[in-house]
Design a protein around this ligand. Structure first.
Ligand code: PLP
Length: 361
């Protein structure tokens, strides 16, 4: 977590512990903290404070929009499961394929939007697995032209470190965020809804968040989220430059040292924090084990179903060969990443790939 976010949260675990829905002075203090957090979040996200709804996570924000709008739901095959699963479970759910970079197929999106009765279209801003940035202006132009009554939602959970949300907000009706993706605490998120966009609440009860999301506010979490978001917004431009250079150094060091490594998405199509590669002839389970032993924490984004390693749904949507996809390696960089981290990670990855290949030959 960002240190500023931790520090901002601390007073709300003891001194100002009151429930912000109460009426006494401590409750009013907590309420004020939430109001200030809402103003800060709205400013960074480019929406009005009244558009900000605090949730328990990104998944809840995604699920709320998908469950709360009637009519058919459309999304891309590369969405996070928080969007994909609710849409796949619906009889009227439509999942659109992607191109080789994981970007939604715009012609097929237009076809799907022409079908009468589309209620909601959900297309992620940045892919969590391979880092692809969606051309949301192109998506919005199609949705507004072909399905003008549909709610356009973007899962922007992976966006705040890399994209200025103020340029995205005017294109869409709803956006989802999660604090732990930008140095805030886990267990708190945001859903934004543009004025006049009607979405039935997923959680009903005490009527908090203007009846749009009931449940006692997570005051410390909300304050931590807002602090982390403001810091992220402030640092974004310099961090982009720093982390692009580090990411390039990391990927170049690996691809320059071992053969058969494919960068999954071209660098100019994805965010700086993503270093996703597919390594030919390697099973990522074995690779991750060796990396973990050497204190390099990575992910493969494969799901282990019934004992068999399955390549990720994102790589499958991109049409990546199954054998290559089983060697997927996902390294991510963020505000804590240093030059030394990158050099160490490259050295360990290269060493591990050589060991595994020597063992196999
Ligand atoms: N959407 C995307 C793109 C994500 O990367 C994630 C988390 O990894 C989520 C949604 C879910 O967010 P949360 O973990 O806050 O529920």
């Amino acid at each position: 977590m960002r240190e500023g976010a931790v520090a901002a949260m601390m007073p709300f675990f003891s001194g100002t512990y009151a429930n912000p829905s109460g009426s006494h002075r401590f409750a009013r203090e907590a309420r004020r903290a939430i109001d200030e957090a809402r103003d800060d979040v709205a400013d960074v996200l480019g929406v009005a404070p009244g558009s900000v709804i605090f949730t328990s996570c990104g998944t809840e924000a995604d699920n709320t929009v998908l469950a709360g709008v009637s009519g058919a739901a459309v999304c891309s095959a590369a969405e996070h499961h928080a969007v994909l699963h609710p849409i796949e479970e619906r009889a009227d759910g439509v999942v659109i394929g992607t191109d080789a970079t994981g970007h939604i197929d715009l012609d097929r999106l237009a076809d799907a939007c022409r079908t009468p009765g589309v209620g909601v279209v959900s297309v992620m801003a940045v892919n969590n697995e391979v880092g692809t940035i969606t051309d949301l202006a192109a998506v919005a132009a199609i949705v507004r032209r072909e399905a003008p009554d549909a709610v356009l939602h973007t899962d922007a959970v992976q966006a705040p470190c890399w994209l200025d949300l103020r340029s995205i907000a005017p294109l869409v009706d709803a956006m989802s965020f999660s604090a732990h993706k930008f140095g805030g605490p886990k267990g708190v998120g945001v859903l934004t809804l543009a004025p006049g966009v009607a979405v039935d609440p997923l959680i009903v009860g005490g009527g908090q968040e203007r009846e749009r999301r009931s449940g006692t506010h997570n005051v410390a979490g909300i304050v931590g989220l807002a602090t982390a978001l403001v810091e992220t917004d402030h640092d974004r431009a310099t961090e982009q430059v720093r982390l692009t250079a580090l990411r390039d150094r990391l990927v170049d060091a690996v691809t320059g040292s071992v053969d058969g490594v494919v960068e999954t998405v071209p660098r100019d199509r994805k965010v700086a924090g993503s270093a996703h590669m597919c390594i030919d002839g390697i099973e990522n389970e074995a690779l991750l084990y060796l990396l973990d032993e050497a204190d390099v924490c990575a992910s493969a984004a494969s799901a282990c179903a019934s004992g068999a390693m399955e390549p990720s749904h994102v790589l499958a949507a991109m049409g990546i060969d199954r054998r290559l996809a089983l060697g997927a390696l996902r390294l991510t960089l963020g505000h804590t990443t240093t030059d030394a981290d990158v050099d160490r990670a490259a050295e360990v990855v290269v060493g591990a790939v050589r060991r595994l290949r020597a063992r196999a030959s």
